[in-house]
Write a protein that binds this ligand. Structure first.
Ligand code: ATP
Ligand code: MG
Ligand code: MG
Length: 578
């Protein structure tokens, strides 16, 4: 588990706990929520918010609700609800277990509050805090003013409460088309002149003849986000309503609404308080839902769960672990000022998490044939190596060494460059190089074969029988090169996808740039690789370190029993470091 460090949100919760600010019988003293709108897939930015909210509940013995803010039927679908639930669970948070102290997390839907939201709207109308506006959308926009200019009161603003109430009921009854009327809040007499635009008679209900994924056709008016959100928080007895900085300007309305409705006796006190933190901006990705959708719709990636996508379904398929995401969110902390976090920080957390966990395996990704000429045909020597070099208790894996092997293309050079210690052939009176075949023998290169195009197709060598790894004789061979290999006789041929960052520059969409110009053409390469035979048993989502290459995961969509397909999660070292 990551080491927890203090941050301003934890400090607020700690001082509220000490002061007993939210002490209420039968309720945990800390209740947070993560409130996604089910209109798309979650991405790494949402993971940050999930970790913050569920993390506060976990760390302080409280509760966190997953709440769907599902008040916009036009954009929302059950498909999104399902994937969001899957992703939150995958990240490691749950709400189905009943905790002994009543502090278990819950799952809620704002649409479950439609009836209460409606009743509160009627109350606001009756109490003179809301009115039905019958201006056209254009008139309303024109009368709203802007940052430099106060708005103008709607001619319907002083409509008698009973007239607004009758109209509001008729709206609910389906007597008007979309846009004919709208219900607006009246925060104060001169609210249309408020410097904060969010206070200028914000719309709280609108007519939408649309089918809702949960309430079906029961409603044709839907509450707006700024109205629904504070009320949902209060109904769930949220203590700390944590959101991103762009909601700072919404806080005055949040506070006004809850205070006003509290006076009407709708909530248990104290009402929730809103706190804002800086959203996560991660380099080398885009996280705007619109841009992610564009990548999917235009076929630039292979769907929402493409392993190059920063969506949680994409990260999962790529091989990121839930622990690495949690570690990352903890390590970058929570602040109140916007900034960029480098992708290498995320990848560092990933390597840190994978290194002790991932079993090792041999994989040849760009195969070149190596023939040990003094090895007998059909002979096979069983070689062994630890499943994990630092944890001998995890046992040994075994694979045969035979006359014909696969090695990496770049472990041979016809004309070696300076400092190249792997395989190269004899030249003049200089013998060929000697390298160790990991966990096997030392070999000396004797030559190579080319095809008619001049491409090297096989390398030849002889082995030294007394050089076997782990034997006394091996110590007398001093070689600088140590290469991996797979026996051609027993290798598992497999599709391996070499993924890399989706963009070539750190901020592909900064300053209104066309992010598609910065796509990395090499973000996906598919190779036919040869793996050590034990890899045939790899289960979907099992992760390995392919020695010298990086971390790989058996793809859970395309693998079939005995025939895994692997995705490269991340290389062993950061090749993007400046
Ligand atoms: P939309 O554009 O549809 O509003 P959204 O990204 O805000 O998209 P929501 O479903 O409203 O999506 O987000 C749920 C929660 O996740 C919100 O509380 C939001 O503040 C938070 N969130 C979204 N993006 C980030 C981010 N990059 N960093 C931290 N939190 C985020
Ligand atoms: Mg949103
Ligand atoms: Mg948003």
């Amino acid at each position: 588990a990551p080491v927890l460090t203090s941050n301003f949100l934890r400090a607020i919760v700690e001082s509220d706990l000490a002061a007993g600010t939210h002490t209420r019988t039968g309720l945990p003293p800390v209740i947070t929520r993560f409130p996604p709108e089910p209109n798309g897939y979650l991405h790494i930015g949402h993971a940050k918010s999930i970790c913050v909210n569920f993390g506060l509940a976990r760390d302080f013995g409280g509760r966190c609700n997953l709440r769907f803010d599902d008040t916009n039927p036009a954009k929302e679908e059950q498909e999104y609800v399902d994937t969001i639930i899957d992703s939150v669970k995958w990240l490691g948070f749950n709400w189905e277990s009943d905790g002994p102290d009543g502090t278990e997390n819950h799952l809620h839907y704002a649409s479950d509050y439609f009836e209460q939201l409606y009743a509160m709207a009627e109350y606001l109308i009756t109490a003179g805090f809301a009115y039905v506006d019958s201006q056209s959308a254009d008139e309303m926009a024109a009368n709203r003013g802007n940052f430099n200019q106060p708005g103008k009161n709607s001619p319907f603003r002083n409509r008698p409460a009973d007239e607004s109430l009758a109209l509001f009921r008729a709206m609910r009854a389906g007597q008007f088309p979309d846009g004919a009327h709208i219900l607006r809040a009246k925060v104060s007499e001169d609210a249309m002149a408020a410097p904060n635009m969010n206070l200028r008679d914000p719309a709280i209900y609108r007519i939408r003849h649309a089918h809702h994924h949960r309430t079906g056709d029961a409603w044709c008016i839907y509450p707006m986000y700024d109205y629904t959100h504070p009320i949902s928080d209060a109904l769930e007895n949220i203590t700390h309503s944590v959101c991103t900085l762009e909601f700072q300007d919404h806080r005055p309305f949040y506070d006004w609404l809850l205070e006003t409705l509290s006076a009407g006796g709708f909530f248990r006190l104290p009402v929730p308080r809103q706190y804002e933190f800086a959203r996560l901006n991660l380099t080398y990705v885009v996280t705007s839902k619109r841009k992610l959708r564009q990548l999917v719709d235009e076929g630039i990636v292979d769907g929402w769960d493409d392993p190059r996508m920063p969506t949680l379904v994409g990260l999962r398929r790529r091989g990121f672990t839930p622990d690495s995401v949690q570690l990352f969110c903890e390590r970058i902390g929570v602040t109140k000022s916007d900034g960029w976090i480098d992708m290498s920080t995320f990848e560092g957390c990933l390597r840190e998490d994978l290194d002790p966990k991932a079993p090792r395996a041999s994989a040849v990704l760009r195969p070149l044939k190596l023939v040990i000429d003094n090895f007998a045909d059909g002979e096979s020597v069983a070689c062994e190596s630890p499943v994990h070099p630092h944890f001998p208790e995890r046992g040994l894996r075994s694979f045969p060494l035979t006359k014909h092997l696969w090695i990496e293309e770049d472990d041979f050079m016809e004309v070696p460059s300076k400092g190249y210690f792997r395989l190269y052939p004899p030249s003049g009176d200089k013998p060929g190089s000697r390298v160790r075949l990991r966990y096997g023998f030392v070999v000396e290169c004797t030559g190579f074969d080319k095809d008619e195009n001049g491409k090297v197709v096989a390398v030849h060598c002889n082995y030294f029988e007394d050089s076997r790894s782990g034997t006394d004789g091996s110590a007398t061979y001093k070689v600088k090169g140590n290469i991996h290999w797979v026996s051609a006789a027993t290798a598992l041929e497999a599709e391996v996808r070499l993924y890399d960052r989706l963009f070539t520059i750190p901020q592909p969409d900064a300053g209104g740039k066309d992010f598609k110009l910065a796509l990395n053409p090499n973000a996906k390469e598919v190779v036919r690789a040869y793996l050590e035979p034990g890899m045939a048993a790899a289960l979907p989502e099992q992760r390995f370190q392919f020695e010298r290459h990086g971390y790989f995961i058996a793809d859970h969509v395309d693998s079939t029993p005995g025939k895994p397909v692997f995705n490269r999660i991340v290389t062993l070292k950061d090749s993007w470091a400046a």
